[in-house]
Design a protein around this ligand. Structure first.
Ligand code: UD1
Ligand code: CA
Length: 471
C-alpha cells in the first residue's frame, strides 16, 4: 500500500455512557471497544497507527501497550478537529494519506476500509468521507450537497436547519485525506458551532471551497459504521457481536441449543460436536475440545478444556486446565489453578482451588480441595475438606495414588496421605499417613446400654459421674 498513516480518535470521555470508565475501554464480547478498529486497520494493512488519547489515557495506553501503537496526548478535549490537529508535529513532513477513524466504531471491516481507501485514490481526491444512508439520522453530521450533487459540507445535527435534518446521508466519522491539506485545513477551522468545539467535519467545507476534490463515499453496510455513544448502543453492539461469534462457532460444527442465550466472548476456540446449553458464559481465551457437553448456566473463564468433557449445569470453571473425558458438576466450582487429568470426576457442591488431581480420581460430593496434589485413582469421599488455611498461611495437602479418603474427613495441612492409604470416615488427620496404612482419627463410638429402659435422667446422671457401660 502507498504511504498511509492511520489516526484513531479516542480522547473523548464518552459522556453519554455515564461511566467511570472511558468509553473506548468498555468491552464488547470481552474485548475493549477500541481493539476492534485497531484490528480492522491492521488487517487492512495499515502499519503506522496513531491513537489520540486524553481521558484516562494511562488506562488506555496500559491496555494496549503491546500493540505497537503510537499514542498522542490531547490534553484538552476541544473537539474532533483539535484531536487530529495534535498529531501534526508527529506527522510533520509526511506527504501520504491519512486515514482517520474513531475508537467507537467496532464493526468497521478491513474490506470496507480498503475499498474506501481505493475509492479515495482512484478519484484522486484531496478528502474522502465515508458516508452512509440511514433511516434515523438524528444526532449525526449530515452530508450536505450542492444543487448539482457535489459534496460541499458536513453539518452537525445540532447546527443543522430543519431542511438539512431531513438528509439521511450521514457522516460515519471515517475520513481519508492528503496529510498536507488536512493540516492546512485544520488551521482554518473555528469553534463557531453549538458546542463551541473544533469540528473535524468542517475541513470538508474549507477544502471544497478551495476547489479541492472532496467526495462522500457511501458505505454499503450501515451496520458496520454504527458508532457507540450510550449504553443502548453498547447493548446492541454486544448482541450483534454475539451473533457473529456464535455463527462462526456453529459454522465450525458447534451445537448451540439456543444461540441467542449463549454468551461466548471473542477469542474462544471450541471443537466440533461440542454442545452448549443456554445461559452459559464462556470468556475470552478459553479453549474447549471436541465432543464436549457444556450444560446450562455455566461460567467458563479463561480455561482450557479437553475433548469429551462433560460440564454439567450451573458449574463455574475459572482459569483451570481440564484434560479429556473429565466430568464436572452439576454445581461444581473450579477456581484458578485447578488442573484435572483425564477421567477425573468432580461432582456436585465440590470446590477445587489451585490443586492438581490425577488420572481417574474422583471427588463426587460436597468437598473442598485447596492447595492439594492428588495422585491417580484416588477416591475422595463426600464431605472431605483440606484444611489448608491456619488463619495466616496456606499449606499443601498431598494425597498419593490409589488412596481412599472416607467421607467427612478433615485433612489438616500440611499433610501427606501415602499410596493406597485408607482414611476412616469422619477422621481429622493431622499427621502424615504412611503408604498402605489405615488411619482412623475420631472419637470412639460409645454405647450406653439400656439407656432407653432405665430412663434418660438417671442415665445422664451416671454419665456425668463417669459411670458408663461402654462397648
Ligand atoms: C462525530 C461527527 C459526526 C459523525 C459522528 C459519527 C464531529 C464533530 N462529529 O459525532 O459528524 O456523524 O461522529 O459517529 O466530529 N474526540 C477526541 N477529542 C475530542 C473530541 C472527540 O478524541 O476533543 C474523539 C472521540 O473520542 C470520538 C470521536 O472523536 O472517538 C468523535 O467524537 P464524538 O463526540 O463521539 O462525536 P459524535 O457526536 O459522535
Ligand atoms: Ca461518536
Amino acid at each position: 500500500m502507498d504511504a498511509l498513516a492511520t489516526i484513531i480518535l479516542a480522547a473523548g470521555k464518552g459522556t453519554r455512557m455515564k461511566s467511570q470508565t472511558v468509553k473506548v475501554l468498555h468491552p464488547i464480547a470481552g474485548i475493549p471497544m477500541l481493539a476492534y478498529p485497531i484490528k480492522a486497520v491492521r488487517e487492512a494493512g495499515c502499519d503506522t497507527v496513531f491513537v489520540v488519547v486524553g481521558h484516562q489515557r494511562e488506562r488506555i495506553e496500559d491496555a494496549f501497550r503491546h500493540e505497537g501503537l503510537v499514542f498522542i496526548h490531547q490534553e484538552q478535549q476541544l473537539g474532533s478537529g483539535h484531536a487530529v490537529a495534535v498529531t501534526e508535529p508527529v506527522l510533520q513532513g509526511f506527504s501520504g494519506d491519512v486515514l482517520i477513524l474513531c475508537g467507537d466504531v467496532p464493526f468497521i471491516s478491513p474490506q470496507t476500509l480498503l475499498s474506501f481507501i481505493g475509492a479515495h485514490r482512484s478519484a484522486r481526491a484531496a478528502l474522502s468521507v465515508l458516508s452512509v444512508i440511514v433511516e434515523e439520522p438524528t444526532g449525526y453530521g449530515r452530508i450536505v450537497r450542492k444543487a448539482d450533487g457535489r459534496f460541499s459540507a458536513i453539518v452537525e445535527h445540532r447546527d443543522a436547519t430543519e431542511e438539512q435534518r431531513r438528509i439521511c446521508e450521514i457522516n460515519t466519522g471515517i475520513y481519508c485525506c492528503a496529510a498536507p491539506l488536512l493540516f492546512e485545513a485544520l488551521h482554518q477551522i473555528g469553534t463557531d458551532n453549538d458546542q463551541g468545539e473544533y469540528y473535524l467535519p468542517d475541513i470538508v467545507a474549507i477544502l471544497a471551497a478551495k476547489g479541492h476534490v472532496v467526495q462522500a463515499v457511501v458505505a454499503p453496510d450501515s451496520g458496520e459504521v454504527q458508532g457507540i455513544n450510550d449504553r443502548k448502543d453498547l447493548a446492541r453492539a454486544e448482541q450483534r457481536m454475539r451473533e457473529r461469534i456464535n455463527a462462526a462457532h456453529m459454522a465450525q460444527g458447534v451445537t448451540m441449543i439456543d444461540p441467542a442465550a449463549t454468551y461466548i466472548e471473542a477469542e474462544v476456540r471450541i471443537g466440533p460436536d461440542t454442545v452448549i446449553f443456554p445461559g452459559t458464559v464462556i470468556t475470552r481465551g478459553t479453549v474447549i475440545g471436541e465432543g464436549c457437553m457444556i450444560g446450562s448456566a455455566c461460567l467458563i473463564e479463561r480455561s482450557r478444556i479437553g475433548s469429551r468433557v462433560k460440564v454439567l449445569h450451573c458449574s463455574v470453571i475459572e482459569q483451570s486446565t481440564i484434560a479429556d473425558d473429565v466430568q464436572i458438576g452439576p454445581f461444581a466450582h473450579l477456581r484458578p489453578g485447578t488442573i484435572l487429568d483425564e477421567r477425573v470426576h468432580i461432582g456436585n457442591f465440590v470446590e477445587v482451588k489451585k490443586s492438581t488431581i490425577g488420572r481417574g480420581s474422583k471427588a463426587n460430593h460436597l468437598t473442598y480441595i485447596g492447595d492439594a496434589t492428588i495422585g491417580t485413582e484416588v477416591n475422595v469421599g463426600a464431605g472431605t475438606i483440606t484444611c489448608n488455611y491456619d488463619g495466616r498461611q496456606k499449606h499443601p495437602t498431598v494425597i498419593d495414588d490409589h488412596a481412599f479418603i472416607g467421607s467427612n474427613t478433615a485433612l489438616v495441612a500440611p499433610v501427606t496421605i501415602g499410596k493406597h492409604a485408607v482414611i476412616g470416615a469422619g477422621s481429622t488427620i493431622t499427621k502424615n499417613v504412611p503408604d498402605n496404612a489405615l488411619a482412623v482419627a475420631r472419637g470412639k463410638q460409645v454405647h450406653y446400654e439400656h439407656y432407653v429402659r432405665i430412663g434418660r435422667r438417671s442415665q445422664s446422671a451416671s454419665v456425668q459421674q463417669g459411670d458408663t457401660n461402654t462397648t
